[in-house]
Design a protein around this ligand. Structure first.
Ligand code: AMP
Ligand code: GLY
Length: 417
C-alpha cells in the first residue's frame, strides 16, 4: 500500500514510522512532514495540511490507498469531507464529528444529554453574565474559551482574579463571537485513552499519561505536552473497563444517535476523581506526545489495523501489556509563549534499538535546526516505566543541549489523587 499522513509534528512522525514498518506498506508520504522524518524513509511532500485540493491531486496522482489525518486543524476545516467527496479514503472524523474537539460546548451538551460523567458547567456569550456567575462560585475554577483553541484556551484559575482576567481577555478578542464555558475544577490524576473507530468498529488503546505543565513538579504554564508514558500503573484494569463502559462507548453511541457518527481517532482525556473517572476533554485525533509512546506498544500491525477498520473487516487489537514506553520532549527555550527559533543542535546516534527519536519543529536534519516550540521527543520501550525513564534520562544527560529545555521528572511526578 501507498499511504499519506497529514501533519508535520512528532505525532505524525510516529504515525508514519509505524505505518511504514508494516510489510503491507510500500511507501509513506507525509504532507508537509518535517526533515527529521526523512532519516526513517518517510517521503515529505511540500504541501500544506490545509491545501486540500493540492493534497487530493497528490493522492490521486500517487494512487494513495488511504490518508491518515494527524492534527485537528484540517479536521475542523473539513479535510475528510473533501477527500470523501473526491473519492479518496481518509481516516479521521468529518467536520461535523470533529466538533467533539472543536467546540467545548458541543462536547459538554452531548455529555449532559447522555449522562456522561464530566465537570459541571455553565456557558456564556456575555462578559457581565460570566463575571456575575463567577462571583457566586468558589475557586479553583476552570475557564474554557469555546472554539478551536488547540489546548491554549483553558485557564485553571486558582484565584477569582485569575478567572476574571481569563474571562475579560476572552471577550476582549472578539466579543460578538465569543462563547465561554466555566466549569468545575476536577481533582485527581489524569489519563487518556485513544479509540480507533470506523463505522461502528472500535479498537481502544492502553491508557497513557501526558505531562502538560512546562516545569518539573507540574508547575508553570500548560503546554502541548512535555512528555508521556503508557501504560499507566495507577489506572487499574477495572477503572479502565469502567471508563470504556461509562464514557467512551456511550459517547460513540451518542454521536451516532445525534447524526454525527465519529470515525477516526477519538481521544478521551480523563481525570480519575474521588467520584470515579470524568471527562476533561475529547479530541478528534491522536494526542501529541502520547502517540509517540502508545504506538510502540502496539503488537498488531498498525497499517493492517487501520486498513481493516477502513474496509469493515473484523479487527482485534493487541498491546504489549508487559512493556512500558516513556518519552521526554525537547523544547526550545521560551516555549510555550515565545520559543527561540533557529537553534542548531546535535543529538548523538542511538545505539539502543529500544530507543527512538521522533522529530517535530525542525527545519533541517543535517545539521538539526529548530523551527518550532517542541523540537523532538526521545522515547524508550522497556520492560518497565522506570527502566525506560532511566535510559531516556541517561541519554539526555550525555547530550550538549544549549537553549533547549526538558522536564526532568517525566514518569516520576506523583499526581495527587
Ligand atoms: P484542555 O485544553 O481541555 O486539554 O485542557 C488543558 C488542561 O487543563 C487539561 O489537561 C487539564 O490539566 C486542565 N483542565 C481542563 N479542564 C479541567 C477541569 N475541569 N478541572 C481540572 N483541570 C482541568
Ligand atoms: N497531548 C495533548 C493533546 O494532544 O491534546
Amino acid at each position: 500500500m501507498k499511504l499519506l499522513v497529514i501533519g508535520s509534528g512528532g505525532r505524525e512522525h510516529a504515525i508514519a514510522y509505524h505505518l511504514l514498518k508494516s510489510p503491507m506498506v510500500e511507501s509513506v508520504f507525509c504532507a508537509p512532514g518535517n526533515p527529521g522524518m526523512k532519516a526513517d524513509g518517510i517521503s515529505c511532500v511540500n504541501i500544506s495540511e490545509y491545501a486540500f485540493e493540492d493534497l487530493i491531486t497528490f493522492a490521486k496522482k500517487e494512487q494513495i490507498d488511504w490518508t491518515f489525518v494527524g492534527p485537528e486543524g484540517p479536521l475542523f476545516e473539513g479535510i475528510v469531507d473533501q477527500f470523501t467527496q473526491a473519492g479518496q479514503i481518509a481516516f479521521g472524523p468529518n467536520q461535523a464529528a470533529a466538533q467533539i474537539e472543536g467546540s467545548k460546548l458541543f462536547a459538554k451538551e452531548l455529555m449532559q444529554k447522555y449522562g456522561i460523567p464530566t465537570a459541571s458547567y455553565a456557558s456564556f456569550t456575555d462578559q457581565s453574565a460570566a463575571l456575575s456567575y463567577l462571583d457566586q462560585q468558589s475557586v479553583p475554577i476552570v475557564v474554557k474559551v469555546d472554539g478551536p483553541a488547540a489546548g491554549k484556551g483553558v485557564t485553571v484559575a486558582l484565584t477569582k482574579e485569575e478567572a476574571e482576567k481569563a474571562i475579560k481577555s476572552a471577550f476582549e478578542k472578539d466579543s460578538s463571537q465569543q462563547r465561554l464555558v466555566i466549569e468545575e475544577c476536577l481533582i485527581g490524576p489524569e489519563f487518556s485513552i485513544f479509540s480507533m473507530v470506523y463505522k461502528g468498529k472500535v479498537c481502544h488503546s492502553l491508557p497513557a499519561r501526558d505531562h502538560k505543565r512546562l516545569l518539573d513538579g507540574n508547575l508553570g504554564p500548560n503546554t502541548g505536552g512535555m512528555g508521556a508514558f503508557a501504560p499507566v500503573g495507577d489506572i487499574s484494569e477495572d477503572l479502565y473497563q469502567e471508563t470504556l463502559r461509562t464514557i467512551v462507548e456511550p459517547v460513540l453511541v451518542a454521536m451516532e444517535k445525534e447524526g454525527t457518527p465519529f470515525n477516526g481517532v477519538l481521544y478521551t482525556g480523563l481525570m480519575n476523581t474521588a467520584e470515579g473517572p470524568k471527562v476533561i476533554e475529547f479530541n478528534a485525533r491522536f494526542g501529541d506526545p502520547e502517540t509517540q509512546v502508545v504506538l510502540p506498544l502496539l503488537k498488531t500491525d498498525f497499517a493492517e489495523l487501520i486498513n481493516d477498520l477502513l474496509h469493515g473487516r473484523e479487527t482485534q487489537v493487541e498491546w504489549m501489556e508487559d512493556k512500558a514506553c516513556l518519552g521526554v520532549i525537547l523544547a526550545a527555550e521560551g516555549y510555550p509563549a515565545k520559543p527561540i527559533k533557529g537553534i542548531e543542535f546535535a543529538l548523538t546516534s542511538l545505539m539502543d534499538p529500544s530507543m527512538k527519536i521522533y522529530y517535530a519543529g525542525v527545519s533541517s536534519y543535517k545539521p538539526l535546526i529548530s523551527s518550532g516550540g517542541r523540537i523532538a521527543m526521545i522515547t524508550c520501550l522497556a520492560d518497565s516505566k522506570d527502566q525506560a525513564q532511566k535510559k531516556v534520562y541517561q541519554y539526555l544527560a550525555e547530550q550538549d543541549l544549549k537553549q533547549i529545555i526538558y522536564r526532568k521528572d517525566i514518569g516520576s511526578f506523583l499526581l495527587k489523587s
